[in-house]
Design a protein around this ligand. Sequence first.
Ligand code: E4P
Length: 217
Amino acid sequence: MKFFVDTADVAAIAELNALGMVDGVTTNPSLIMKSGRDIKEVTKEICEMIYGPVSAETVALDADGMIAEGRELAKIADNITIKVPLTWDGLKACKVLTDEGRMVNVTLCFSANQALLAAKAGATFISPFVGRLDDLNIDGMDLIAEIRQIYDNYGFGTEILVASIRSANHMKEAALIGADVATAPPAVIKSMANHVMTDKGLDAFLKDWAKTGQKIL
Ligand code: E4P
């Protein structure tokens, strides 16, 4: 499973990238707002750092507006993925932009039928939001399993990009289901390294080591 980082925080991306943990980046208008940076400037900086796809989101509501914004965002770098919302106009924009050979990430997906339409429209990525479904007391991972089955049934090439990830458990479940990509905040990716038994074991080893009075360096 590929790891995308869901942030516009350049320093956080750089830290994970140094460990080989970053296969791509996703941003959205809220994350750009949080960064306090100009969208083109910060996205360019991310694209120069990351070889993989970097999603930049359109904000127009009509297809023509999304297409125009998408083409403008695509000028930033070759690895830009244009993000459009899963509306009827978003699907129209997806078809036009993918026919032009551009990568398109169809976002704000909350149902298997929406994911089916995005695949038919040629989306490069579909972004189902698991955390926001969980917030409604609906198991977001059930949606990932449904989309996986539908895409596999018909051999759709659209990659399932699990979004709105809130926990390390979401990452494990996405990988078990066979999602192609998971995009998560940097803190969630780092939290995957945590285990209470690792901390406990390390503590015991260090206490015993202190009793030996030895030093390695
Ligand atoms: C990713 O593409 C989405 O923009 C993001 O995962 C949304 O996450 P949130 O529901 O935590 O805002």
